[in-house]
Design a protein around this ligand. Structure first.
Ligand SMILES: *Cc1c(COP(=O)(O)O)cnc(C)c1O
Length: 368
């Protein structure tokens, strides 16, 4: 075979590489689905695990740090992992409408999957506290959006009651199928590292995701797919840190709107994950969150939401406790494009405007 023929062959082999069918088909035997479950998927999951040397350098000691970039899911957040399961099961049960309370990403994801499954979608959001991109998605996907004069916790109380009284299925993370779908992120991490990491750093809002990751790590460990379990390191924004402070927060406040939650529904499960794994809960200030957010963008080319950057901010805050030679995964829960306002207000880049359209002035503005 000539060199060119070889090259041709390797390209076509790559192109034929088995196509990823979404996480239900990929992890079917680990999930509560049967042949009767109609699989509603947008081929979510299989997100990249990217090494981040700028974070490694800040820690030193030969540590390996990766980010699990779940902002590359179909609607731009990890919520799709849970939603493919919750909506497929709702469809199986004959449900015709779903409802959720949301800080934004749940509503975007619920709308996309439920509409794909032919269901009505109601979303309750805190008026004025949902990032633009997320609201745009819910509207484009055809949700019926109800913005309430209250925060996420109020919205959740209302939808729980509505779902108990009317024929609509609740798809917040109290829905156990959400957690089942989300646990597949841990499977993917172990499948790719061929071992569990030493630390798993993750932002916490309602704490469904930390619950799901821990479930996934334990299941793979019990099936001998890993030899160890990670310590679960959960991080909250300091103005919205009920799990760190071990209390309710009546008026949660943070720039990281996705984790602006004062009364997490999965509180007990998150505390068990932390205790069983010898993990840590800690808070990070909005300044620390934005610093990590900016660093990921300008030093790594990774654009995540502020809430997601809390995982990296938390790791850096606790860097002195990181053991030598360890492997750490930080979960980047959502895509930075969700919140353009935050991006435009929080960067150190140069934006020169009003420049005359000729080579001389442009070159001058470039200080060449
Ligand atoms: C939902 C969400 C979180 C919080 O996840 P919980 O399961 O509620 O703890 C964090 N980051 C982003 C981007 C989210 O959308």
């Amino acid at each position: 075979m000539s060199v060119l023929q070889k090259l041709d062959k390797s390209i076509s082999d790559n192109a034929k590489r088995e196509h990823w069918p979404g996480l239900i088909e990929s992890y079917r035997s680990w999930l509560p689905v049967s042949n009767k479950t109609p699989v509603i998927t947008l081929q979510e999951g299989n997100t990249p695990l990217i090494p981040v040397s700028s974070v490694e350098e800040r820690i030193g000691r030969n540590v390996k740090v990766y980010v699990k970039y779940d902002g590359l899911n179909p609607t731009g957040s990890f919520k799709d992992r849970g939603m493919t399961m919750a909506i497929s099961k709702a469809k199986e049960e004959g449900c015709e409408a779903v409802i959720c309370a949301s800080t934004g990403n749940t509503s975007a994801s619920a709308a996309a999957y439920a509409r794909r499954g032919g269901m009505r979608t109601f979303v309750l959001i805190p008026d004025g506290y949902v990032a633009q991109g997320k609201l745009a998605q819910a509207l484009v996907y055809g949700a019926e959006v109800l913005a309430i004069k209250g925060n996420f916790d109020h919205a959740l109380d209302i939808v729980r009651e509505i779902a108990s009284k009317y024929p609509v299925t609740l798809v917040n993370s109290v829905n156990p199928f959400r957690i089942q779908g989300q646990k597949t992120a841990s499977f993917e991490i172990i499948d790719s590292l061929e071992e569990a990491p030493d630390w798993l750093c993750i932002p916490m809002g309602n704490a469904g995701n930390i619950t799901a990751y821990w479930m996934g790590f334990k299941e793979y460990f019990e099936a001998k797919k890993s030899k160890k379990l990670p310590r679960m390191m959960g991080f909250q924004a300091s103005g919205s840190a009920p799990l760190v402070l071990n209390t309710l927060v009546k008026e949660p406040n943070t720039i990281a709107t996705a984790i602006r939650i004062g009364n997490p529904v999965n509180r007990e499960k998150a505390i068990s994950a932390q205790k069983e794994s010898n993990g840590i809960f800690d808070s990070v200030s909005d300044e620390e969150i934005i610093e990590a957010y900016k660093m990921l963008g300008k030093e790594e080319g990774i654009f995540c939401e502020p809430a997601s950057a809390a995982s990296v901010a938390g790791l850096l805050k606790n860097k002195n406790q990181v053991p030598d030679e360890s492997t750490i995964v930080c979960v980047l829960t959502g895509n930075g494009l969700k919140d353009p306002e935050c991006a435009i207000n929080n960067n150190d880049s140069i934006f020169n405007s009003g420049i005359e359209a000729n080579i001389k002035t442009v070159a001058k503005a470039m200080s060449l």
